[in-house]
Ligand binder design. Structure first.
Ligand code: SF4
Length: 377
């Protein structure tokens, strides 16, 4: 420096921490001394931002990231063929509806989510346990009529506590979660029992069914396991035990004639109706096709006239939330069961089979998607 004609010194100021430059975040005493000498000479304090103390701006921005889709290449098309031949489950259809890219990662690329040690609650295992308890409770009543009072709340609560004690959850859950679950689980099952109808005939429990979906000279296979089928007032009602959240469809969706017409008329080469847009609209209005799938599976099983399907909201008060509801006009109900549901499922499957690209559909669901780092590039 002593021999230089001009010297520029750089230092960082006003920075608390930086992983990039873990050096000093204040100027050195050497620089302070130089400044002090200069100030003495000028008889004035030097101000940051004015020569000779200039500021070098260094804006740092994150690298821009965007979600990218996956083209349906010949290997993916081949894998899709295998997936379709094996039969689609409601879960797979829901995954596609929620995000086609997630479906491709999970079922075509077969990328398994990272396995991690679960140190908190385990909602999936709790759900399985409740399913098991209800299945065992109703098993003796299969093909029989259950009257209110046949199953006592105490009996159901005690069965849950015994099943919980025997399950691996006893060792997996943190103690506070375990005791909370013991209390909350039996309480919710009691509440569920209070909301069950006076009489119902148990037609099937944990029944695996297959059905076909016809669409434009193609036939697709659908398969699924129904938690319970009841006969109530002479008609079949499918019940799905839900221990997680429920996203209800738009209230007027079944009456929206224009929407259903577009669904029925859509073809992969349709010039007037964009398949990706229609899929997104469907996902917005009808976020899950699980109950429509169950209705179709049940209809084709020829167990009797089918009327409705419901989620049993076990996470809350055991209320039965019906897909179509008692107030629906009979003509509309018939149209939904025989035309609209097959059209809905046929559209989704045909879109999946013929799409050129599995596009990302970002939303709240990305928060619990295991592929979020893959689609953000
Ligand atoms: S993070 Fe979101 S957009 Fe990306 S694959 Fe998952 S669900 Fe789709």
């Amino acid at each position: 420096m002593a021999g230089a004609a001009e010297v520029t010194l750089f230092w960082q100021e006003g920075i608390q921490r930086s992983s990039l430059f873990d050096g000093k975040k204040v100027r050195s005493r050497f620089v302070d001394e130089l400044i002090w000498e200069e100030e003495k000479q000028r008889k004035a304090l030097l101000v940051s931002g004015q020569p000779p103390l200039t500021v070098t701006p260094c804006p740092v921005r994150p690298m821009p990231r965007e979600r990218r889709g996956l083209l349906q290449t010949p290997p993916l098309r081949q894998r899709m063929k295998t997936v379709l031949e094996a039969g689609l489950s409601p879960t797979r259809l829901d995954t596609y509806l929620t995000c086609p890219l997630r479906f491709a990662f999970a079922y075509l690329c077969r990328l398994h989510p990272l396995e991690e040690v679960n140190e908190g609650d385990d909602p999936a295992a709790v759900g399985q346990l409740i399913h098991q308890v209800l299945q065992e409770t109703y098993a003796p009543y299969l093909d029989r009529t259950v009257h209110v009072g046949d199953i006592s709340p105490d009996q159901l609560g005690a069965r849950f506590v015994a099943a919980l004690e025997a399950s691996p959850l006893r060792h997996q859950l943190p103690p506070d979660s375990y005791f909370m679950l013991e209390l909350a689980g039996s309480l919710r099952l009691r509440r569920y029992l209070e909301r069950q109808p006076e009489t119902m005939h148990i037609v099937a429990l944990e029944r695996c069914l297959r059905a076909h979906v016809d669409r434009r000279e193609r036939t697709y296979v659908l398969r699924g396991t129904l938690d319970r089928i009841d006969r109530r007032k002479g008609a079949l009602h499918v019940l799905d035990y839900k221990t997680g959240g429920i996203v209800r469809p738009k209230a007027t969706i079944w009456e929206d004639t224009d929407f259903w017409q577009r669904m029925e008329l859509w073809t992969p080469r349709s010039a007037t109706c964009n398949g990706a847009e229609l899929l997104a609209e469907t996902a917005e209005h009808l976020p899950s096709v699980q109950l429509p799938c169950y209705l179709l599976l049940c209809s084709q099983a020829k167990l009797g006239p089918v009327r409705d399907a419901a989620w049993v909201h076990l996470r809350e008060n055991g209320e039965e939330i019906f897909l179509l509801g008692e107030d629906m006009e009979e003509m509309l109900r018939d149209a939904v069961l025989s035309i609209r549901i097959p059209a809905l499922l046929g559209f989704i499957i045909q879109h999946m089979e013929t799409t050129e690209e599995f596009s990302p559909r970002a939303g709240q669901h990305c928060g619990w998607c295991p592929y979020t780092t893959l689609c953000l590039q």
